[in-house]
Design a protein around this ligand. Structure first.
Ligand code: SF4
Length: 60
C-alpha cells in the first residue's frame, strides 16, 4: 500500500488501522525508515486506488 502525498489530508485515521504499525505521519517517520518517504511518493503516482468501507483498506 502507498499513500498519495498530494491527496492525503493528514487526518491520521489510517495510522491506528494498520495492523502492523507501518503507517506514520511524515513528521513521525523513524530515522531508519525515512527512505520510504520518497519511495512512497514515487510509487503512488501509478498506484491503483483502494476502495472499500475504511479510509485505507479495499474490501476485497
Ligand atoms: S486516512 Fe491516512 S492517507 Fe487518508 S487522508 Fe487520512 S492520513 Fe491521509
Amino acid at each position: 500500500m502507498v499513500i498519495d502525498p498530494d491527496e492525503c489530508i493528514d487526518c491520521g485515521a489510517c495510522i491506528p488501522e494498520c495492523p502492523v504499525d507501518a503507517i506514520f505521519a511524515d513528521t513521525d517517520v523513524p530515522d531508519s525508515e525515512e527512505s520510504w518517504i520518497d519511495r512512497n511518493a514515487d510509487e503512488s503516482i501509478d498506484a491503483e486506488i483502494a476502495e472499500g468501507d475504511t479510509p485505507v483498506l479495499a474490501s476485497d
